[in-house]
Design a protein around this ligand. Structure first.
Ligand SMILES: NC(=O)c1ccc[n+]([C@@H]2O[C@H](COP(=O)([O-])OP(=O)(O)OC[C@H]3O[C@@H](n4cnc5c(N)ncnc54)[C@H](OP(=O)(O)O)[C@@H]3O)[C@@H](O)[C@H]2O)c1
Length: 338
């Protein structure tokens, strides 16, 4: 019997710390003591019922976790008790083009996630993480970190673009992971935020150009004042509310990595400019296991660490942690430790 934070009605108030029975350890399974979990905006939407109102409940939320291997099934030869692993959000995507049933196996909905003392999951749901990271840091990699990597490197080919100019929106988990990768690759970064205080922190982490999108709602003009011919790439987490300005900040032949929908304003989208600028619009869905392995190697080589805004002690602190995310009080990642 282990404990898990589950909900059986939507809403933060319905999260409850309760008994949970993991499946028996199958031949290809790995049992992990979960030591840390990080929150993603998707987890919040999932709990609130905004992600999938028809979601099957109850559900253990959270796609991101890291922990210590307790036991492995008879067919598992490359992990052993004591190994440190983190979860892979889309376990059945080894690499290449994903299969059609990809979204049916994602952890944290529809499949039970990581906010539990122990989880038994198939071998492919776990990956070792770099030795210089602790559990809290490793828990930040599987979704936000890997998504930023897929956007900038797998799809954006940043290493092939010397002196690249990158635009990041806001200072959440994906954007801060992208900042670390982009700076380690020598790019120049313009970042937006609703907070001057957060922008100052981003500057300490290497951001070159800082724009407050509240005091400068026409932040695209501010970007173009520093990136004269426009940006090579925008890591677009805002959605329809920010898309047109992202398009305006791009150079001819630039790319927009379509990742999130934080700004829910419904606005008509100006596709003509995308055509006239010959932009690439690339949807990003976290990333494959192969991409995760490359990301881990890069983190290790450059000794990079995720940016953690706040660490809550105890998984039963989940309601407070989610509430912090809901009010946008974070800079980088919010983590819960066991
Ligand atoms: N496609 C995928 O595979 C994938 C993977 C991960 C995440 N996502 C999505 O990507 C988005 C970001 O995820 P996250 O985990 O980084 O979220 P997060 O950590 O909650 O970050 C949210 C931050 O975004 C900024 N923001 C909010 N509205 C904005 C706006 N109108 N313009 C610019 N910035 C704005 C705010 O930054 P400031 O406080 O600095 O203003 C806010 O703190 C979410 O929609 C999430 O669902 C998608």
């Amino acid at each position: 019997m282990t404990q898990a934070v589950l909900f059986d009605q939507f809403g933060l108030e319905h999260l409850q710390w309760t008994a949970f029975e993991n499946p028996d350890l199958g031949d290809n399974d790995v049992r992990v003591a979960v030591k840390a979990v990080s929150l993603n905006y998707r987890d919040l939407l999932m709990v609130q019922g905004h992600y999938n109102p028809r979601l099957k409940m109850p559900l253990i939320p959270c796609s991101d976790g890291a922990g210590e291997v307790l036991a492995v099934g008879a067919a598992v030869t490359d992990l052993k008790p004591g190994d440190r692993v983190c979860s892979t959000m889309i376990p059945d995507w080894p690499g290449g083009t994903p299969g059609p049933h990809l979204l049916r196996t994602t952890l944290g909905g529809p499949v039970h996630g990581l906010l539990a003392q122990e989880r038994v999951l198939p071998r492919q749901a776990w990956i070792k993480f770099p030795a210089h990271l602790d559990y809290a840091e490793a828990a930040c990699l599987p979704v936000a970190g890997l998504t930023a990597w897929s956007a900038l490197v797998d799809e954006g080919r940043l290493p092939e673009k010397p002196n690249a100019k990158v635009v990041l929106l806001g200072t959440g988990g994906v954007s801060m992971a992208a900042l670390a990768i982009a700076k380690a690759m020598g790019a120049t970064v313009a970042i937006t935020s609703s907070s001057d205080e957060k922008l100052a922190k981003a500057a300490q982490l290497g951001a070159d150009h800082l724009i407050n999108y509240k005091t400068h709602p026409d932040w695209d003009k501010a970007v173009l004042s520093v990136f004269e011919h426009g940006a090579d790439m925008v890591v677009e987490v805002g959605g329809e509310g920010t898309f047109d300005r992202s398009v305006r900040t791009c150079k001819v032949g630039g790319m927009i990595a379509l990742i999130g929908v934080l700004d829910s304003q419904r606005k008509p989208i100006n596709l003509t400019t995308c055509i006239m600028k010959k932009l690439s619009l690339q949807g990003i869905l976290v990333g494959s296991r192969a991409a995760f392995a490359d990301y881990n190697a890069f983190l290790e080589k450059h000794q990079l660490r995720p940016t953690i805004s706040r660490c809550f002690e105890g998984f039963d602190q989940a309601p407070a942690a989610f509430a912090l995310m809901a009010r946008g009080g974070h800079f980088g990642k919010i983590v819960l430790t066991a």
